[in-house]
Design a protein around this ligand. Structure first.
Ligand code: ADP
Ligand code: ZN
Ligand code: ZN
Length: 729
């Protein structure tokens, strides 16, 4: 016998763990290095077992124990294992996702220490006024005598240069050391007081009960004061030495957001966002884990961050699609946050101006507590909504004359306007006017989008960039035309029509440089008349108080989509964009341009708002037996041969039908081609399964994955399971 047998999760697409031996006692969740195939990989210990399926002689020993003590609290680790199981994801990959990259690769926790100075033994013996002839040196000496060490920031804050420090070092009075950054943080203490809350905010903060699990849905439009509620709920807990975890969509994790939290909580904030280096990320993670950071703010994957003293979890913009990972490990950070809160026995607050149907449903079922915010007294300037019927109208670059006149009036009155169009680029289609040829991506079922300056074609699904044709490749005609509107074309059209005002385009193409975005926001902040044109980037994060007109150029997008969530997503987007208008003292106006002006959906949205739409959509979902009234999973397959992809899913469905007889409350849809049938050269199919019970579906999927993994047909197609899918494209 060579010691204890451990189950280890290794990074592998196989849905199983592997057994290794060790003579050391290793706690669950500790990282280890193990031989795997002909490599060494970093794995995570799941636990010790009595016996292995393999004969003991065949078991390999663990090469190295990386963590002597677990980095992850036991109950959180159990949740991580549960989540891998729930989302049917291989355990090794799922556990890899919970560590920052540096630790996942086996690296150590970086020390946060920074260069600093301390007194040398000789310096310690000096009297307090020893350097009175050199006042700056004397000042540093006294600083060190009172504080023990100083870091770079403290030196700066005291107005001392590092040359002074070097001078004292040369004299042998002080020496280099390393200091904790928290000891240098005094210069950025909290500087802002809580605002006096209005009654609904007060009620919301009071309702959030500490140290008990409860889920709260804070529903209030943009500007109604949700963030102020978060800040004060967090304050309550931080005062009791607890920590807060705040999850936000990537796009809202702006310097402005962080500044707002820093003004309240000083430097006790750790931010986990995509702009960090591996080292910085690991450091922020460690500050959360050890309890140094009182407030942890991060995007989707921050839901996995361990906290030493968990107090509250808040998910802002809880309806946002970015909380669900769309590839690989397809977890939903909002849903995991709720389960985490339950396991840690702490409150979870979900906030949104347009809550997801799931969360509204949970409120109706009394699982979540509904906390409405209808806005501060005095600032309730609700915009006026108008559906502009453009049927039969002559459009100029996609814009109708009444819309252009409304823009004109807004600018004339000295106000700003926002034009929303959810399609970037110049034009979505390049076509030949002689033979009707259309420029398609040869790898996807999609048209190539025309981009300009310089002219080029880009596929928005696979980033393919073929050369721009000088003539039709089919009939050689030179009469090529660009059809349809993208934000760049709308920008050009508006600039031509309103040459005297700045037209600022905000989309992924125009904001690539960090500077570009802030320059545009500075321009908007001057309050001078201007037109903002952009995609859904405009819907989040930023407020434009001087904007009094919001124009939605294509309100019909999403009305006729095959995705059952399309109507929900579109109304959320429209309401979020509209919510940017009239937040200042001036009343706002929202215009929806549509070819289907009498569509009941648009009518309901414009007349009665998001709550009415969500009630209608919930009724439809209930009738159709769709989430949140049923639990859903989608199995996707893709292959170079469409027949292979389809055959794989037919096999999956047959397997499911055999596994569960009678079918009872299970429903299948598919195999069907995905709405975007071909992408990156592969044909894509999907099979949707709905079940009335979550457990049934979960168990069935577990068995199915095991069987599929072993089946030879699995080699013909790439496949994946998506539990609680958000995007059906
Ligand atoms: P939301 O998060 O819902 O968009 P915020 O919390 O950002 O709303 O509030 C919008 C604006 O109103 C901010 O400028 C905020 O400082 C201010 N505000 C929020 N609550 C109050 C309050 N109780 N009294 C005064 N101003 C408030
Ligand atoms: Zn042609
Ligand atoms: Zn493509």
């Amino acid at each position: 016998m060579t010691g204890v047998i451990y189950k280890v999760a290794v990074p592998s697409p196989l849905r199983k763990s592997f057994d290794y031996t060790s003579t050391e006692a290793i706690a669950d969740s500790c990282r280890v290095r193990v031989p795997f195939g002909n490599r060494k990989v970093v794995g995570v210990v799941l636990g010790a077992v009595e016996q292995s399926e393999l004969p003991t002689g065949k078991l390999k020993p663990i090469s190295e124990v990386i963590d002597r003590t677990p980095l992850i609290p036991a109950n959180l680790f159990k949740l991580f294992i549960w989540a891998a199981d729930y989302y049917q994801h291989p355990i090794g990959e799922a556990l890899g996702a919970v560590f920052p990259a540096r630790l996942r690769k086996g690296g150590d926790i970086p020390t946060a220490r920074e260069p600093g100075w301390a007194l040398s033994p000789h310096g310690k013996g000096l009297p307090a006024d020893a350097l009175k002839n050199a006042p700056r040196q004397q000042q540093l000496l006294n600083l060190l005598q009172t504080q023990g060490v100083v870091g770079r920031l403290q030196l700066e804050a005291a107005g001392l240069s590092s040359a002074i420090a070097r001078e004292l070092e040369r004299k042998g009075l002080i020496e280099k050391t390393r200091v904790e950054p928290t000891t240098t943080a005094g210069s950025t203490a909290a500087s802002e007081q809580s605002l006096p809350l209005y009654p609904q905010q007060q009620r919301a903060v009071a309702a959030i009960t500490p140290e008990t699990f409860g889920c709260y849905l804070l529903h209030g439009e943009t500007g109604s004061g949700k963030t102020e509620v978060y800040l004060q709920a967090i304050r309550k807990l931080v005062e009791q030495r607890k920590q807060a975890l705040l999850l936000v969509p990537e796009i809202s994790l702006t310097p402005q957001t962080l500044d707002r939290f820093r003004r309240r909580f000083g430097n006790a904030i750790a931010a986990l966002h995509s702009g960090l280096s591996d080292r910085e990320r690991a450091l922020a993670w460690e500050q959360a884990r050890t309890g140094k950071a009182s407030v942890v703010i991060g995007t989707r994957s921050a839901v996995f961050t361990p906290l030493a003293r968990p107090g509250i979890i808040i998910v802002d913009e809880e309806h946002d699609g970015s909380f669900k990972q769309q590839d690989g490990y397809r977890y939903h950070a909002r849903d995991l946050a709720v389960i985490r809160g339950q396991r840690e026995g702490i409150p979870v607050v979900l906030g949104s101006a347009t809550p997801s149907l799931e969360s509204l449903h949970n409120c109706r079922q009394h699982r979540y507590r509904y906390l409405p915010l209808t806005g501060r007294a005095g600032s309730a300037n609700h915009p006026e909504w108008q559906i502009l019927d453009v049927k039969g109208m002559q459009l100029q670059q996609g814009l109708s004359e009444p819309l252009l006149q409304a823009l004109d009036g807004t600018l004339e009155a000295g106000n700003q306007a926002l034009v929303f169009l959810n399609r970037r680029g110049f034009a979505p289609t390049l076509t030949c006017q002689d033979c009707g040829w259309i420029a398609n991506c040869h790898r996807c079922d999609a048209r190539l989008t025309v981009h300009r300056n310089p002219n080029r074609l880009i596929c928005h699904h696979c980033e393919h960039r073929p050369a721009f044709p000088s003539s039709c490749p089919f009939c050689h005609s030179a009469r090529l035309a660009m059809l349809g509107q993208g934000t760049a074309r709308t920008e050009a059209a508006l600039q031509a029509r309103f040459p005297k005002v700045p037209v600022l385009r905000i989309d992924r193409d125009s904001t690539r440089g960090k500077q570009a975005m802030s320059r545009m926001f500075e321009q908007v902040a001057t309050g001078e008349p201007c037109i903002l044109v952009g995609t859904q980037m405009l819907a989040k994060g930023h407020h434009f108080p001087e904007v009094t007109l919001v124009a939605i150029v294509d309100a019909d997008a999403g009305l006729f989509s095959p995705d059952f969530r399309a109507a929900e997503k579109m109304s959320q987007l429209i309401v979020q964009v509209a919510g940017r208008a009239g937040r200042g003292s001036k009343p706002g106006r929202v215009i929806l341009q549509s070819y289907h002006a009498d569509h009941p959906f648009l009518q309901l949205l414009s007349q009665r708002g998001y709550t009415a739409i969500s009630e209608q959509l919930l009724r439809e979902r209930e009738l159709a037996g769709l989430p949140p009234y049923a639990h859903m999973a989608v199995i996707r397959s893709e292959s170079h041969q469409p027949a292979d992809a389809e055959e794989f899913l037919r096999f999956a469905r047959q397997t499911l039908e055999k596994l569960r007889k009678p079918q009872g409350n299970l429903n299948y849809l598919g195999p069907l081609p995905a709405p975007l049938e071909k992408r990156r050269g592969r044909y894509r199919y999907q099979l949707a399964i709905t079940a009335s019970e979550r457990k049934t579906l979960n168990r069935l999927l577990f068995r199915l994955c095991q069987l599929l993994e072993g089946a030879s047909i699995s080699r013909k197609a790439r496949w994946s399971v998506d539990v609680d899918p958000q995007d059906m494209s």
